[in-house]
Design a protein around this ligand. Structure first.
Ligand code: MN
Length: 145
């Protein structure tokens, strides 16, 4: 079975969805579910695209993300490390680790993200968490919440 790429990071019969149902802790990001799991392979493969200047939410959760960059470049916070990422880089985000993606290099950032179908909901930072994260100057300069 082939889900054909049509143009410009869109796929046949795949809807472009809101990144999350609600909230203002993210900006300029869309979601497309390319694979929605089956009992033998209970995972989802999503394509996210962050437009120039946008970002995903700063969050953590128990489940793990495997992220493969397929378009453009940007930066990612994983734990207390900020790193530049670009096409074909693979990023593993372990469980219970703060993370955020940003398209902060003048081009969109598109990536595939693999997750378990059965997963916990993300937690957003409390004021206390933010205070603690901001103790690291590089993290402080990077995060948007
Ligand atoms: Mn996440």
């Amino acid at each position: 079975m082939v889900i054909r790429h049509t143009d410009d990071s869109h796929w046949q019969s795949v809807s472009v969805l809101n990144y999350k149902e609600e909230g203002h802790h993210f900006s300029r990001i869309t979601r497309q579910v390319l694979y929605d799991g089956c009992p033998e392979l209970p995972c989802q493969l999503r394509y996210f695209e962050i437009a120039v200047g946008g970002h995903s939410s700063l969050e953590h959760h128990e489940h793990v993300h495997l992220v493969f960059i397929v378009r453009g470049e940007g930066d990612v916070l994983v734990g207390n490390e900020v790193q530049r990422v670009s096409e074909k880089d693979l990023v593993t985000i372990p469980g219970n680790t703060w993370h955020q993606f940003q398209a902060d290099r003048g081009v969109p950032l598109g990536f595939l993200c693999l997750v378990n179908v059965d997963r916990d909901r993300p937690s957003l930072p409390t004021e206390e968490d933010l205070e603690s994260l901001r103790r690291d100057p590089r993290v402080a300069a990077f995060i948007k919440s």
